[in-house]
Design a protein around this ligand. Structure first.
Ligand code: KIV
Length: 265
């Protein structure tokens, strides 16, 4: 297996093949995803909630993200690793964004992900790409803007809103983004946007017609159980397996069954 790069995603779209991305925050999970030959790994700022127990994604800093990116990069040798730029780590100025994006690349990410598409973001995407930093854009519902949006609102429900998102996606494509995440969107609208872009769309709660899908690994493996968004399907139940394992361990320790001869020196 060879290390994947941005051309891999465009090739899949051009061949009409789907793209499968997942999140990882630690070495062991990254190794599993790498072994499964997943197309790409996002070290998402969702780790603030999933790995650190915060209520939302506002409480994670660039320096904290770097620790997780380094761990994932040590575990995933062939997957394409995308570092998620956390809240306010790229909004103050293009220079601030460039500096923090370069820290992510130096920590082992192969690309960065940014939310939104105002003039500042478009300039930042352009400057990142010119500097050798691939960018994954993020439109539709953008969690870092949740307070100004007014909560988890499905996007692309009207023609006007869908056209606005498409216009944004086209600008990001022109600025050099290699793909765009479409989060929490009406399926028909996501399909329309996908058909009108050259670069791939990666959906999360945006229906089956995006070029690819991304979800939080801990959600689909049933490890994170605080809540389950409608767009999540459980492909395993790690919480139950772990709980049973921990109970069995505790029971055996208390009964004096563990450690046995096998585990002793
Ligand atoms: O932080 C995250 O995990 C994301 C999603 C797109 C999966 O941004």
């Amino acid at each position: 297996m060879t290390k994947k790069n941005i051309l891999h995603f465009q090739k899949l779209k051009d061949n009409g093949e789907k793209i499968a991305l997942l999140t990882a925050y630690d070495y062991s999970t990254a190794k599993v995803l790498d072994e499964a030959d997943i197309d790409g790994i996002l070290v998402g700022d969702s780790l603030a909630m999933v790995a650190l127990g915060y209520e939302n994604t506002y409480n994670i800093s660039i320096d904290e993200m770097l620790v997780f990116i380094k761990a994932v990069a040590r575990g995933a040798k062939n997957s394409f690793i995308i570092g998620d730029m956390p809240f306010m780590s790229y909004n103050l100025s293009v220079e601030q964004g460039l500096e923090n994006a370069s820290k992510m690349i130096q920590a082992g990410a192969n690309a960065v992900k940014l939310e939104g598409c105002n003039e500042h973001i478009l300039e930042l995407v352009k400057r990142c790409v010119e500097s050798g930093i691939p960018v994954l854009a993020h439109l539709g519902f953008t969690p870092q803007l949740m307070q100004t949006i007014g909560g988890h609102k499905v996007q692309g429900k009207t023609r006007e809103n869908t056209e606005k998102i498409l216009e944004c996606a086209k600008k990001l494509e022109k600025a050099g983004a290699f793909a765009v995440v479409l989060e929490l969107m009406n399926s028909e609208s996501a399909k329309y946007i996908t058909e009108n872009l050259e670069i791939p769309t990666i959906g999360i709660g945006a229906g089956a017609d995006c070029d690819g899908q991304i979800v939080v690994t801990d959600d689909i493996l049933g490890k994170f159980t605080d809540f389950k968004p409608k767009f999540v399907k459980h492909f395993a139940n790690i919480h139950e397996v772990s709980l049973n394992g921990v109970k069995k361990y505790s029971e055996e320790v208390k009964k004096g069954l563990f450690p046995s001869e096998n585990e002793s020196f």
